[in-house]
Design a protein around this ligand. Structure first.
Ligand code: GLC
Length: 439
């Protein structure tokens, strides 16, 4: 299919999910506004409607907490969905914004990247106005990370729920949660095989096959952890003070580091200053990424924040330091070798979210194996930063091929391209527009 037709097809998906000032990730399954979804969506929109792209990002600010956090979800109160305001009860926190219901945790901070990419499509005066409109919120958001999520002041921020990573059932988190805080009742559900009972209450598996989604016992665990956070009113200091479990996530830290850099670029273009203490934290973060490098396994891993032990489970996040731009060429070369290994990530339709040789790999189960277009997009960028254009090209071509064969599906088997999850998924459409629009 010709490029223009594909772009048109992807634009139709975004239009069908457009709710006026923001875009839902997909009909039915995801009716609310999600933070990083809107960022990716805006990057696509920016290619043909900068005014609408601007609105998509500005609309995120309405959910910003008084402490600076951008919540991972802003609820559409008319939507009937299993994770709505009744589950989160954000009003329990004094830091929640008045008059709007949101979740109480964040998501990977790709907002500065989205602001920058949309700005690139604007004329200089329009861009500067837009940057100025977003700058204070971005500054408050990045400051929140370092104030509330880097208590040791070592430059690595901590995440408190796998939903904060955007990779809900990613193996390193599931292993760690099961090991550290799985309550007895969930263990019993597993042993007595009672999950079928809970399956009756699942909304998501009425919309997509259960075998492609998170399994029920892991879902129960995710909601169990969410309730613990709610009990502490989403107060990071309270949560971390008595935490049995929280993680220095390599995916989140890599994304934050890159976005810190982009925030500095935005400040530079505006002739604004980033406060000195924040700049110091940015610098510390770049160096601290090395603390997540395990020399023995030659991989970057997540680290348990409490025990400070690595979680030696390789996944897509182990490659994401490429996107950070903060690692040395030697480290990048090692990661690229792993990426280009047929037994790990270099499949017909890369990049699988877990290496295909890992015992935790599952070819269609959500973040446990399939290829996703947003992580591909981040890796394409990372590979280009280190000059590996050939590898970036293969991932780009495979992503476009998946879209042209199957449309804007949520994720795809890395082995044979089988499409899975939601239909008409916004970020798939938006990022394909971006990839196709490149010169
Ligand atoms: C799922 C994904 C998350 C995404 C959300 C909406 O929870 O894991 O990354 O933001 O759906 O698409």
């Amino acid at each position: 299919m010709r490029k223009a037709l594909l772009i048109e097809q992807a634009q139709k998906v975004l239009k069908s999910n457009d709710l006026g000032t923001w875009t839902r990730p997909a009909p039915g399954l995801y009716p609310h506004q999600w933070l990083w979804d809107s960022c990716f969506t805006a990057i696509g929109l920016g290619h043909y409607d900068t005014a609408r792209a601007r609105q998509e990002l500005v609309s995120l600010i309405r959910g910003q907490w008084l402490n600076g956090m951008l919540p991972h979800m802003i609820f559409d109160e008319d939507a009937n969905h299993f994770t709505g305001p009744h589950v989160w009860q954000s009003h329990l926190s004094a830091a929640a914004p008045p008059g709007i219901e949101t979740s109480g945790i964040t998501q990977p901070p790709v907002l500065a990247e989205a602001v920058w990419r949309v700005g690139e499509q604007m004329r200089k005066t329009e861009r500067q106005r837009f940057f100025a409109e977003m700058f204070a919120s971005l500054l408050r958001y990045h400051s929140w990370f370092y104030r509330e999520r880097d208590l040791h002041e070592d430059g690595l921020v901590v995440s408190i729920h796998p939903w904060e990573t955007g990779l809900d059932n990613t193996p390193p988190w599931i292993d760690e949660m099961t090991h550290n805080i799985e309550p007895v009742w969930i263990r019993l559900v597993k042993i007595l095989k009672l999950s079928r009972l809970f399956d009756l209450f699942r909304q998501d598996t009425r919309l997509v096959p259960a075998s492609d989604r998170i399994n029920t016992s892991v879902s129960l665990l995710l909601f169990h952890v969410q309730r613990r956070l709610r009990r502490k009113h989403y107060d990071s200091l309270e949560i971390l003070r008595r935490s049995h479990f929280s993680i220095n996530d390599v995916f989140v830290n890599s994304i934050l580091i890159r976005n810190n850099q982009i925030l500095e670029d935005i400040a530079h273009e505006l002739g604004e200053e980033i406060p000195m203490d924040l700049r110091t934290s940015f610098k510390k973060s770049r160096a601290a990424l090395e603390d997540l490098w395990c020399e023995e396994d030659k991989r970057y891993y997540c680290r348990n924040y409490v025990t400070r032990e690595w979680i030696r489970s390789p996944y897509i996040g182990s490659l994401m330091p490429l996107y950070s731009g903060a690692i040395s060429r030697q480290r990048a070369a090692i990661l690229i070798k792993q990426l280009r290994d047929d037994l790990q990530y270099w499949t017909k339709y890369p990049v699988p979210s877990v290496p295909i040789s890992a015992p935790t790999y599952h070819h269609l189960r959500y973040w446990q194996g399939p290829s996703w277009i947003n992580t591909n997009w981040l890796l394409i960028d990372g590979l280009r930063q280190y000059g590996y254009f050939h590898g970036a090209r293969k991932i780009k071509d495979a992503s476009i091929e998946l879209f042209s064969l199957h449309g804007a599906r949520e994720y795809f088997s890395a082995i044979d391209g089988t499409p899975s999850g939601a239909n008409n998924f916004s970020w798939t459409a938006a990022l394909i527009i971006d990839l196709l629009s490149e010169k």
